[in-house]
Design a protein around this ligand. Structure first.
Ligand code: G4P
Length: 294
């Protein structure tokens, strides 16, 4: 993914968001279920003001279900309507539509009092790059949807996707940028593939991942990499573990030594493709403080 976080980019994205937010009744925010804290930009709260909001935790199919359940409760306790989902499928569509109505009930009431009936609700999808915005829009809108086209003066050239008579979706999602408050946020975003990993060397990143997996998911590690009949005593030194993985997978250099580069790539690819197992890198913070990212 070629997206870089230059200040100019961020300012432009922010301006577009501000412009578009005025046009919608509802914001559908996406966060990656494996890193719900690192993949949310806290500025969204001020950007959204008092717009109705729904939080979708995408890529839940790759996340640890127990942790996803904890996060769902954590965000619900903060007053969000939350749905954990695989954005590639349409399974959550009905639930999302029901939540949209619920989230906008007050708006509907206001409209009714003013004698406005039958006006569809308008929603915008927002999230950081790669979180699944276009995937979600495609499966939520589906083939049945029709673009409503431009309505001069009202939409200022915006394209709306009509989902049904009650709901329209802005076809361009709002891009938020991740917030690098600390190094761990950058590591989490690079591990899940949300940002380019040149920021962190592949090998350094794979050692970070091994360190985390040894601590939090040791059985998934041995299950995937320890050869049949071999017992690996974890935790061990991360570099030593990477060597063991390289040897177990026959990733060797010409002289027969472990090829760290290929082993690092394997470990990262396996994690990103969900082959290592269903893994979440974060846990809800104790005491409700989002700054306590893992
Ligand atoms: P964006 O518009 O927010 O930038 O994200 P986009 O929809 O392009 O999704 C990024 C990648 O994430 C896509 O993979 C997409 O298939 C995948 N994805 C989105 N939502 C989900 C989900 O809920 N579960 C899973 N398992 N994958 C999801 P891709 O096209 O293969 O791109 P890449 O992985 O090669 O970057």
């Amino acid at each position: 993914m070629d997206y870089q976080w230059y200040p100019g980019h961020m300012t432009k994205a922010r301006r577009m968001m501000q412009e578009n937010i005025g046009l919608v009744d509802l914001v559908i925010e996406l966060a990656d279920a494996r890193i719900p804290l690192s993949s949310r930009n806290p500025d969204i709260d001020s950007l959204c003001g008092n717009k109705a909001r729904i939080l979708l935790m995408t890529k839940a199919d790759m996340a640890d279900p127990a942790r996803t359940a904890l996060f769902q409760k954590y965000f619900e306790d903060k007053g969000f309507m939350v749905i954990a989902m695989d954005a590639r499928t349409r399974k959550a569509n009905e639930k999302i539509k029901a939540y949209v109505e619920k989230a906008c009930a007050a708006k509907r009431e206001r409209d009714k009092r003013r004698g406005i009936v039958g006006r569809p609700l308008r929603a915008m999808v927002v999230g950081i790059p790669n979180v699944g915005k276009s995937t979600f829009i495609n499966s939520f809108a589906g083939k049945a949807s029709a673009k409503t086209g431009n309505k001069p003066g009202v939409t200022r050239g915006k394209q709306w996707i009509r989902l049904n008579k009650n709901l329209e979706l802005l076809d361009t999602p709002g891009i938020l940028w991740p917030k690098f408050e600390d190094r761990q946020v950058g590591v989490n975003l690079a591990l899940t593939g949300a940002i380019r990993q040149e920021l962190l060397e592949e090998q350094e990143l794979s050692l970070e991942l091994l360190n985390f997996l040894q601590r939090e998911y040791p059985s998934l590690l041995t299950g995937r990499y320890a050869p049949e009949g071999e017992t690996w005593e974890l935790p061990m030194d991360n570099a030593q573990l990477l060597t063991k993985i390289a040897l177990a997978r026959n990733l060797l250099k010409a002289g027969g030594e472990a090829d760290y580069q290929r082993a690092s790539k394997l470990v990262l690819d396996d994690f990103r493709n969900g082959k290592t197992g269903r893994i979440s890198l974060e846990m809800p913070p104790q005491g409700g403080d989002e700054s306590e990212r893992k």
